[in-house]
Structure formats: C-alpha cells, structure tokens
Design a protein around this ligand. Structure first.
Ligand SMILES: [Ca+2]
Length: 457
C-alpha cells in the first residue's frame, strides 16, 4: 500500500495531474488510518496484558518519553555552569563528597554496641509454598528462580529438573545433563556379579576370588582380575608346592603349524590311540596351507583325530588363558550320517592319568572350512565323564601334555579331511611384541622347584 502511494506520488510529480493527486491523497489517508488502527490495537493489547505481565507496557511508555537527554546543565557551588559531561560529573562529585566527613582511623570506636542475638528463623512448608506461589514468572532469572525439588527427589545440577531419588546412581542417565550418574560408586565389571552396589550397605557383590567395596582387589593367593574369569581372579596353583604367585612378566608367543610342504609331524589316529597312527598318504595344498587325508576307505570305520606333533606337547603351562586356534574341513563319503556326536572336538591327555575334553555344540558344516578358537580356561573344558574341569586339572594337564588331538571326521564315511593354521598361545621370557601373559602364574617356588608353576623338579 505504501509502495503504491509512493509510486502514485512520483507519477503525480511527473504529470502534475489532479486526478493522480486525488488518488495519492486518498491512498495517504487510508494508510494513516491503517497505521492508527494498528497502533490502537497494539496499545489495547498491552493494556489488556498488563495484569499478567506489565513489562511490555512500561517498555512502551518509556519509548514514548520525549525527554531522553539525561542530566541538564548544572550550577556548581562557585556559581559557574557545568555544560560538558566532564564538568557535570565533577560538579556532582564535589557535591556528593561535601556531605561526608573524613574518618580518622585512629579514633574509630572499638567497643561494638550491644546487639540482640538473632532469633531462629522458622521455615515452614506453608510459608515456602506461599512464597513459591507468589514468584513472578515474568521477572528476570536470578537466585529466586532456583528450583526446589521434593525430599524424595534428586535435583539435577545444571538444568531445572527434578527426578525420583531412586534414579540417582541407577546406571541410567535420567537428568538431561546426566548429573544423576556423576560421582556414583560403580561395581567393577571384572570383579562384580552385580552392576550397582547395595542401596543400603553400598557393597557390590563380588566374584569368588575378589573383595573390596567395588570388587577390584584379588583375594590373597590369587591374581589377575579379568571380566572373562567367573571367579574374577586366578588362584595360584604352583603345583601345590607354593601359594604365592603373581601374573608372569613373560609375553604371549605362539607355536604354529602352517602346511606349505609336508605334514609337519601331524598324524591321524583314533581317540584311544590303541591303533597305530597313520603317518602316510597325506597331501598338502600349499595355496591354502592345508594338510589333507583322502584314504579313509583303507582304514577301519572310526572317528579320527589329528594328532599334534611334539612341539605342541610337553610342558605348556604358559598356554593357560590363551587359545588353541585351528581350521578344519571334511568331505563326507557315501554314508553321510553323523558319527558319534558326543565325541569331543579337542582332547588333551597326560598318558593315562588325566584327560580333558572340549566339546562344541555344533558339528562343522561339510565341505566348508571352519575356524575354531578354543580358550585354554578351565570353564570351557570337562573330564571325559562330563564333570567340570578345575584349574588344577587343566594346569596339571598343560604341564605335561602327552597327546593333543583335534577331531578330523564327523560322518560314518569320510571322503577327505583337512586341517590348517594350527596356533597355540604360550608365553616366553622375551619381547615378543605381543601382550603380557597376564593369566599365566609366576610362582615363588621353594628350593628344588623351577618353572612358572613350579612344575619342574
Ligand atoms: Ca539415573
């Protein structure tokens, strides 16, 4: 509308036509009317809102004030006129200073006048409620805007938010600033069976070999707190001749077999090893580093196992807590029905003394290379009759391994079976560029005993 008015006015200036002049005057009248109407509406709204919030009204009033120049020229005490800002400031300063007396600090009265003791302030719920209700929401934020949460609530620090007190330190962020989960005592994930401490005693529930309020300390004669250990820390075994041990300072190392040329000392046999092991008729696929056997039709129908060579046997206490990793593959023969599904995947034995077995829930898929990672921790092993293995049993077996067998056949008839990349974690007293073997014990052995677990005498 205003633009149209301006265009019309310009047009009138150019043409000097009375018709255009009248048109312009009419437009101008209409515009002024609209502006006045809008202004009246605005002021009416301000007055209407004044009870709820008087701020916009006073802002408007202050805007309407014509006088904004501040301090007028002043007459000083020596009858001069102060016109500039500096002169005015000096004049006011002189005036205000003159009303004070100078203090002599030497003669300040020392004795304090007797003042009545302040009486106790009584705060009642009703009184606080009354004050809270009367808080003016349109006032500027300040100390009076502090949020007061109920006694059964927690006050979030940075945001104005109350949450139920029970949600403080419950492991989940409930305040939008997460302050309800700050400074909370947590249970150590490695040593605790509970995530949060008991709400009354503040004590976490520790695993068997762990103690301390948040379960971070290994009990006496145990070492190496670990999340994977169901007992939290490992008990010192030391072949029963000592109880004192720590994590070894030795580092992880590996023994491996990769088939690029020959059978690397591997043979095939049945689990009882009564039968003479098969040491001939193997082939090697050097591309995939695989050892293959295809002549099962010349052997009695049994479950066959790969028998690992001497370097995987003997004293391997340092393999405790590590893994035995390998890849296997088989191709079934004519009869593809599964054979002896209860037979273990891996067996460790010490002559006829101790035998420990590792079972896997599912048999490997035929014709497919499958990689297994078998942890050398007692909770994954059992005795042949099914009782759980203890750490003592596993360490005694690892201290003197006479046979380490990995299952090769899974069906009644087998066309071919193969094995590849057999790796056993051990530990060595040198920089191997692998991690320290924390799970391996290093015992304080009595005279006459040697070895990390005093297994050499
Ligand atoms: Ca919480």
């Amino acid at each position: 509308m205003i633009k149209r008015k301006n265009r019309t006015h310009a047009n009138y200036k150019r043409n000097n036509s009375m018709r255009i002049k009248r048109k312009w005057q009419e437009l101008r009248r209409n515009i002024n009317k609209e502006i006045e109407l809008a202004h009246n509406n605005y002021v009416n709204n301000l007055i209407g809102d004044i009870k709820q919030d008087s701020k916009p009204f006073w802002k408007y009033i202050n805007n309407q004030k014509a006088d904004k120049q501040g301090i007028p020229p002043l007459k000083t005490h020596d009858n001069k006129t102060a016109d500039t800002d500096q002169q005015k400031a000096e004049a006011l300063n002189t005036q205000f200073t003159s009303v004070y007396t100078e203090t002599k600090y030497e003669s300040v009265p020392y004795k304090t006048p007797p003042v009545d003791k302040m009486i106790n302030i009584i705060v009642t719920t009703k009184g606080v409620e009354k004050i809270l209700k009367n808080i003016n929401a349109s006032k500027a934020m300040g100390p009076d805007a502090t949020l007061i949460c109920r006694a059964d609530q927690f006050t979030c620090t940075q945001q104005f938010q109350c949450i139920p007190a029970a949600r403080k330190c419950d492991g989940f962020a409930d305040c939008s600033d997460r302050t309800d989960e700050e400074g909370c005592e947590r249970c150590d994930a490695r040593g605790s069976l509970s995530q949060l401490p008991d709400s009354v005693t503040r004590q976490c529930t520790c695993k068997a070999n762990v103690y301390g309020r948040s379960c971070v300390q290994c009990k006496q004669n145990t070492f190496y707190l670990s999340v994977n250990n169901p007992y939290g820390c490992v008990s010192c075994f030391c072949m029963g001749v000592s109880q004192q041990c720590t994590s070894t300072f030795w580092n992880r190392a590996q023994i491996g077999a990769f088939f690029t040329r020959d059978r690397q000392g591997f043979s095939l046999g049945d689990i009882s090893q009564r039968q003479e092991p098969t040491t001939e008729g193997f082939t090697v696929n050097s591309n995939v580093r695989e050892l293959i056997y295809r002549r099962f039709n010349t052997l009695p129908r049994r479950v066959y196992y790969w028998s690992l060579p001497q370097r995987f046997l003997g004293d391997k206490v340092t393999s405790y807590g590590g893994n035995l990793t390998f890849g296997i593959r088989y191709r079934p023969g004519l009869d593809t029905s599964p054979q002896d599904t209860a037979a273990p995947l891996v067996e460790i034995s010490v002559r006829n003394d101790i035998t420990l077995v590792y079972k896997d829930k599912t048999a490997p898929t035929p014709n497919t290379p499958e990689v297994y990672k078998v942890p050398l921790y007692e909770q994954f092993w059992t005795r042949p009759e099914g009782e759980p293995a203890t750490r003592e049993f596993l360490l005694m077996a690892l201290a003197d391994i006479s046979a380490l067998l990995i299952r090769a056949t899974f069906t009644r008839d087998t066309d071919s079976a193969s094995i590849r990349d057999v790796i056993m974690d051990i530990a060595e007293d040198r920089d191997t560029r692998l991690d320290r073997a924390y799970a391996v014990e290093q015992c304080a052995c009595p005279t006459g005993y040697k070895g990390l677990s005093c297994e050499v005498s």
